[in-house]
Design a protein around this ligand. Structure first.
Ligand code: ZN
Length: 427
């Protein structure tokens, strides 16, 4: 069961509680709802002290979606899980359209002027706004969760493959089985490097075996640069033959294989600027940060026979992963929405101004991004709607509910259940 966060009268996080206990506290009026997403209660009175157990926040950062899991290391219980959808391309598109608009405006009927001075300087460690927003989204949530739960450590997936582990381990015959981590990572790495097909005949979707390019019997090494993947047929055919002899009739393929084999590890290591920037930022929180490779995450997940989702992957990050227990955990689905636009003049697709926005953000006490519960008792739209609203100065709002967009809901029927915080939520 996903647990409910609980904070004491001084806003200090306590142990997350079972939903049944939360209902009990609410019924007896000993606690009140502090926040809807993630669901958090605040105590109204002091309860007898219990020791607060430390939790580990585990993060699997992705390009589109980042998984979060709060895990109790000593019991293996997953207390809370979430999947955060980033804005990524939306930011890029908005910046591109703004740039084009400004450029066309500047270039209209103006003579060329040389720039007067160069004030276009990027600060050190600059990353593009769409990437920066991913880092910022994650940090926002780390800080938010820190307010509601006692987090003592963080685990983050940093790289796809642990190249260190593969370079240093003398992989012997036994280790090619998926049983050990080194063997597992080696296999995953080779699948990626050789495009998941037989290096010799190119056949796909068949079981592939790890193959020495220069045969062991002929002095070939166990290093990763001497390994490839082949189907069983080719593997048997090649036997202990030297690769040059085996591909005598196909010098083009031979050259390609040797070239591909020599490609350095760093190429495929997917050095991801976002992840390293994130690591530096996480370390700045002062918490202990553990990092793990994607291979390790997958190894942990497969060992425990778990499904692949973003939040389960997050729970499997790092060496510290215990045997996980998460019966009934439902991830909170979070979507980054931003805080709206500051553009005062809307244009059509040709850049022609068509609409003007007032600088008033709050209409009848509501603003776009608030999550409301609307109870409509008369008219065509009778019913109860819960969702994020888009406000209009007329007082007729749009509510995006789970079932879709509902237009024309009067402000009189709405009640805010969660104030705008830059994100939309679903369970
Ligand atoms: Zn083959």
């Amino acid at each position: 069961m996903s647990k409910v966060f609980l904070i004491d009268t001084n806003f200090k996080p306590l142990n997350p509680i079972h939903p049944a206990r939360a209902r009990q506290l609410l019924r007896s009026k000993k606690a009140a709802v502090f926040r809807k997403f993630p669901f958090t209660l605040i105590l109204k009175e002091r309860l007898p002290d219990v020791e607060v157990e430390p939790l580990r926040l585990k993060i699997d950062p992705g390009a589109k979606t980042t998984g979060f899991a709060l895990v109790n290391d000593s019991t293996g219980e997953v207390v809370f899980a979430a999947e955060l959808q980033h804005r990524g391309f939306k930011i890029r598109d908005a910046l591109t359209s703004r740039r084009q608009l400004r450029r066309s405006r500047r270039n209209r009927k103006t003579r060329y002027r040389a720039p007067r001075f160069n004030n276009r300087k990027r600060r050190e460690k600059w990353i593009s706004p769409s990437l920066q927003s991913r880092v910022d989204n994650i940090i926002t949530w780390v800080k938010r969760l820190q307010k509601f739960a006692f987090i003592s450590a963080i685990s983050q997936e940093l790289v796809r493959f642990d190249t260190q582990l593969m370079q240093n381990s003398e992989v012997s015959g036994v280790e090619y089985q998926q049983g050990t981590l080194a063997g597992y990572e080696t296999r995953q790495y080779l699948l990626e490097k050789w495009g998941r097909k037989c290096a010799y005949c190119g056949v796909e979707h068949v079981p592939l075996q790890i193959e020495h390019i220069q045969a062991r019997a002929k002095g070939g090494s166990n290093r990763i640069s001497n390994l490839t993947l082949s189907c069983e047929k080719c593997n048997l055919k090649k036997g202990t033959k030297d690769v040059k002899e085996f591909l005598k009739k196909d010098p083009k393929k031979l050259e390609a294989i040797i070239k591909q084999a020599k490609k350095p590890l760093a190429d495929a290591a997917a050095v991801n600027t976002t992840r390293f920037t994130l690591l530096a930022t996480l370390k700045a929180t002062g918490l202990e940060v553990e990092t793990g490779s994607g291979g390790l995450t997958q190894f942990n997940r497969v060992q425990q026979n778990l499904d692949k989702t973003h939040w389960i992957d997050a729970a499997c990050v790092g060496k510290s992963t215990p045997i996980l227990k998460f019966k009934g955990v439902k991830p909170l689905l979070i979507t980054a929405k931003g805080y709206g636009t500051r553009q005062m003049c809307g244009t059509n697709k040709y850049g022609f101004p068509t609409r003007h926005r007032s600088n008033k953000q709050i209409h009848f006490g509501f603003q776009t991004g608030d999550i409301v519960k609307a109870i409509v008792t008369k008219g065509k739209k009778i019913g109860v709607y819960i969702g994020r609203i888009a406000t209009r100065s007329t007082g007729s709002f749009n509510v995006s509910t789970k079932a879709g967009l509902v237009q024309g809901i009067s402000y009189k029927d709405c009640k805010v259940i969660h104030h705008k915080d830059g994100y939309a939520y679903a369970n």
